[in-house]
Design a protein around this ligand. Structure first.
Ligand code: ADP
Ligand code: MG
Length: 242
């Protein structure tokens, strides 16, 4: 089943075309990776998917329904499409547990006991239950990332969007994130992951979508892209990583 179908999506900021002619399908249980240079439009594309950015034109269907219609309930949509931000975006004045329960209580209207149980279930999946009473400043980058992912998953989203999940982490923690994404994949979670990190990309997917100046230039196996010496943009991106 196709969970997300993007058709001819475009986004302009002023007269700058940040995305154009984007077509992308994400199927149930699939992990897709989106790569591209800084400024190529990766975050903007992810943000369009849960209406943090309003596209200029085009269509995004989520489970067969258009999400860009004015009548769409954006709060309900964001429960279905979870987002893990590049800098984690945890609330610094809330504990780990409260960071995870907040949306359950506010958006789902869950009572405290039920929300705590659900949050602890998610946190324990990532070995973060023992840290439930800590504040974000008391956690390592990798631990913050796991809390951010637990928080997104607590809403039982149909899709998880991850924006450069390893960019703020050291290489060892990056491998943990790679394992974690593979663990989620085995549990059937559908994911679209933006990354700069070739190690992460090849660790979680066989193919990548390559975004260049707002256009998807390739949907290919990573080794093929990395060895394509005929395309200067691909070479510039992948070549320097060899
Ligand atoms: P990436 O995530 O690939 O680094 P972004 O999607 O963040 O790229 O940004 C793509 C382009 O869109 C950049 O040139 C950026 O400056 C521009 N941009 C992003 N958000 C805004 C905004 N809110 N207003 C104006 N320009 C923006
Ligand atoms: Mg970005």
């Amino acid at each position: 089943m196709t969970v997300i179908a993007i058709r001819d999506l475009a986004k302009q900021f002023g007269d700058q075309a940040v995305l154009s002619g984007i077509n992308l399908d994400l199927n149930q249980g699939e992990v897709k990776v989106l790569m591209g240079s800084s400024g190529s439009g990766k975050s903007t594309l992810l943000r369009c998917l849960n209406r943090l950015v309003e596209p200029t034109s085009g269509s995004i269907q989520f489970k067969g329904k258009e999400i860009l219609d004015a009548s769409v309930d954006v709060r309900a949509l964001r429960k279905q499409i979870g987002f893990v931000f590049q800098q984690f975006a945890l609330y610094s004045h809330l504990t780990v547990l409260e960071n995870v329960t907040l949306a359950l209580r506010k958006l789902e209207g869950m009572g405290l006991k039920e929300a705590n149980e659900k949050a602890l279930h998610e946190l324990s999946q990532f070995e973060m239950a023992p840290h439930q009473s800590k504040y974000p400043s008391q956690l390592s980058g990798g631990q913050k990332q796991r809390v951010a992912i637990a928080r997104a998953l607590a809403m039982d989203p149909a899709v998880l969007l991850l924006d450069e999940p390893t960019s703020a982490l050291d290489p060892v923690m990056s491998r943990d994130v790679c394992d974690l994404i593979n663990h989620l994949h085995r549990n059937g979670i559908t994911m679209l992951c933006v990354t700069h990190d070739l190690g992460l990309a090849s660790g979680i997917a066989d193919r990548v979508l390559f975004l260049d100046k707002g256009v998807i230039r390739a949907d290919e196996r990573i080794d093929v892209l990395a060895n394509d010496h005929s395309d200067p943009e691909l070479q510039a991106f992948f070549g320097k990583r060899e």
